[in-house]
Design a protein around this ligand. Sequence first.
Ligand SMILES: *Cc1c(COP(=O)(O)O)cnc(C)c1O
Length: 366
Amino acid sequence: MERKVLMTPGPATTSRGVKEAQVVPDICPREEEFGRVMEDIREKLIRIAGGDENYECVLMGGPGTAGMEATLSSVVNGKVLIINNGAYGERFVKIAKCYNMDFKEVVFGWDEEINPEKVEAEIDEGVKYIVMIHHETTTGILNPVEKISELAKKHNCVFILDAISSFAGLPIDVKKLNVDFLISSSNKCIQGMPGICFIICKKEELVKLKEVPKRGFYLNMYLEHEYVKLKKQTRFTPPVQTAYALKKAIEEFFEEGAEKRYGRYQENNKILLEGMAKLGFKKIFPDHFEESGLLTTFFDPDNKNYSFDKMHDGLYKRGFTIYPGKIKEKTFRLSNLGDLNIEDIKKFIEELKKVMKEMDLELISA
Ligand SMILES: *Cc1c(COP(=O)(O)O)cnc(C)c1O
């Protein structure tokens, strides 16, 4: 099989082993054997998040957004404060609106860092839940999860963290960070196939969901969890082959080791940034901003020969997929998470150089 490199933040590049793990004999997901696969996945995901026997994991078929929607709609039973500094924070706001929730939003521009004092000023008596994004994939900024988790604790709020693009790519410890609900999905830093979202949560918080009026059916975390506990199978048809791929991806995570996985991503990023600077591309963030090292946003060069589409198409032909920007300024994004190593990144830079030549694009490097 031809190897393609996705420099997109999900789906991410997967290993051959993960791709092949999807080819399994047909199996009915109501069989015990499959139930054990799912149980194993749930336990290991909890371990990766630093949880223990006081944590549960709810798995569902669906994109990461289904995990966001399942969490908000199953958990929130009062006023929720949403921290919004990008498209994913904004997505929580859209979900809250669809469900007619009592919500408050604290908005920050992409070019400002989240100010915990400004967040705290918005936590009034009524606020019972705080929602934030760990790694805002819109830009690549890393949000101050420790500070916000302290605020949540201080004000007795349930803390909901979207770690969709950081889980298994950056160290996260649900116990230390006192996260009540952590959301992620199968196709980002865990390096599986798209199709499964999961929520790692405190057992004591999960049982409380029984009392929350049901707003949905399929996406209700409590209904799903109760059924799985009782029957050792999911309520509805899960993406069977995606689950096998996820099982394999988790094995590969443990084979590589958490520290090495995080280190590989940061090394990829370092090589990428050096290469891009040499070619004359400028990052949107000044150095003092805390970036994830998983994804970087660059300004479109101010040059008449530049065209994102041409650059994309040239790279795509050469096996590399890149991503447009998501903010109003003209930008594009490069991600270095997934089954990639520095050789891939070096090759990417070489190929980009060739594409630039084809475009007659020459930039002044820093
Ligand atoms: C990718 C992502 C999502 C949702 O992803 P989909 O799978 O496309 O629904 C949510 N939050 C963050 C921070 C993400 O990076």
